[in-house]
Ligand binder design. Structure first.
Ligand SMILES: Cc1ncc(COP(=O)(O)O)c(C=O)c1O
Length: 453
């Protein structure tokens, strides 16, 4: 196993730009929702006022507020180091993933590979495809956390994506860049190589826990490794609610390979034989009626904000510095309860662990009630984290989707009957080392009172 390197930390990152967060509130849940810097809130307000003063002209003609969003897509694309026509602005990750999974022309019998730790944003459209189109879903199970902690990225990818008939020539792989359950980060360049070796047609990546946390300019994080990448700008990136991006690699993508669902522009692909005359797919998907346009204008301010603060590497280093502090704290007290890996290539800014008894740290708890109790107690003491379950999906033949029935032996909403629950800490851009210290102190108190219960 590789050793963890302490990332370079730049103390010049200022936290005073996020004054809407109360100063005594330790918010460590960027993985659910981010906050917003003040400049973004004021730009959002200005854009709303401009819209309200002249709605039709804003929507039809304004270069920033108009429906095609060319200017804003260009600026976001520059930030992500890709081209304007690779980017469609969406409301969130769920929307982007659904546009992709419902847009691709899957046929009965096509195989789609996923892992058992994917989010409902992937699971739900895959249930639809299985029920409606007869696609086959191949679920690959993650190893147990203690095994992952002994692995490097090659070993984990060998385990998840071996060279076996079930995976070879599959139509798509749906996978996460960073796992919301364990904090495992998968290097996209190695994933791409693996997908090519297995001759899988499309690499579809859920970037919900990665965008805004990671430096997209590093080879292992570059969007070009993926065919499709959906992510939020409302979580780690601290953009307005209801904002996200969908990256599409193939600039010439069109029907029948991919249909623009949730768009008004299918006609663009029916109007003649000249593919050059067609809209880029991202623009077709952008024109879908009125969406969160004032929020997109504020997103541009957000990109400027980060540019002024330094490069993306500084943001990643800051977040990793804080998360490794959390991880070291848990590991030094209760090594068995730590779920997140410490391998340099696999770790991320998201740390998860099982609740444990402070005085008998070998006793850890995997049930929902304990995790819920710890999160509630921490919140009462001014620290917000959350709990999450895993594994998250059961596509076994006996688990046919049907209306939820609590009397059935298996939960046919598609969730496994047995789930473990972890505490999840996401240390974001606006957090400080002092806040992590507070978290550690308060967690210790809560876990001592868990001893007493
Ligand atoms: C891994 C993962 N995918 C997708 C989502 C859904 O994100 P959004 O609210 O941007 O649709 C989440 C939300 O927490 C997530 O953690």
């Amino acid at each position: 196993m590789k050793q963890t390197q302490t990332p370079r930390h730049n103390d010049s990152i200022e936290q005073c730009d996020f004054t809407e967060l109360p100063p005594d509130f330790v918010y460590l849940n960027n993985g659910t929702e981010g906050s917003m810097p003040n400049c973004v809130i004021s730009t959002y307000k200005k854009a709303l006022k401009k819209w309200a003063s002249n709605p039709t002209s804003s929507y039809e003609l304004d270069p920033i507020l108009g429906k095609r969003q060319k200017e804003n897509r260009k600026k976001i694309a520059e930030f992500m180091d890709v081209q304007q026509n690779n980017i469609c602005l969406t409301e969130n990750t769920t929307m982007g993933l659904n546009m992709v999974l419902m847009g691709l022309n899957f046929l009965p019998g096509d195989r789609i590979v996923m892992t058992d730790h994917e989010h409902p944003a992937v699971i739900s459209p895959l249930w639809i495809l299985r029920q409606r189109s007869g696609v086959q879903i191949e679920v690959r199970s993650f190893p147990e956390p203690e095994q992952i902690r002994q692995m490097d990225s090659d070993q984990l990818l060998d385990y998840l994506l071996p060279n076996i008939p079930e995976l070879i020539n599959a139509k798509a792989l749906c996978i996460s860049h960073v796992y919301n359950t364990t904090g495992v980060r998968l290097p996209l360049d190695k994933l791409k190589r693996r997908v090519d070796e297995l001759n899988i047609s499309y690499l579809i990546v859920d970037g919900a826990q990665a965008l805004g946390m990671l430096d997209l300019r590093k080879p292992e994080n570059r969007l070009e490794n993926c065919d499709f990448y959906a992510g939020p700008t409302h979580k780690w990136m601290n953009g307005p609610p209801g904002t996200g991006i969908l990256y599409i690699k193939n600039l010439n993508l069109c029907p029948p390979e991919f249909y623009p669902v949730l768009s008004q522009k299918m006609g663009s692909y029916m109007s003649g034989d000249n593919p050059e005359a067609c809209l880029p797919m991202t623009e077709a998907l952008q024109v879908r009626g009125c969406s969160s346009i004032p929020a997109y204008a504020a997103l541009i301010e957000l990109m400027e904000f980060y540019k002024k603060k330094g490069d993306q590497a500084l943001v990643e280093n800051h977040i990793f510095k804080l998360s490794s502090d959390v991880s070291t704290f848990i590991e030094s007290r209760a090594p068995n309860s730590l779920v997140s890996p410490s391998d340099t290539e696999l770790r991320s800014g998201l740390i998860t662990f099982f609740p444990f008894q402070w005085c008998q740290p070998e006793n850890c708890f995997k049930d929902k009630e304990t995790a819920e109790w710890v999160v509630r107690k921490l919140l009462k003491m001014g620290v917000q984290v959350r709990f999450v379950p895993f594994p998250t999906v059961d596509f076994s033949p006996e688990c046919q989707l049907q209306r939820h029935n609590p009397h059935l032996p298996i939960d046919c909403s598609g969730e496994p009957v047995e789930q473990s629950y972890v505490i999840r800490v996401s240390t974001g851009y606006f957090n400080t080392l002092a806040q992590v210290e507070t978290f550690k102190k308060v967690l210790k108190q809560v876990l001592i009172s868990l001893d007493a219960n």
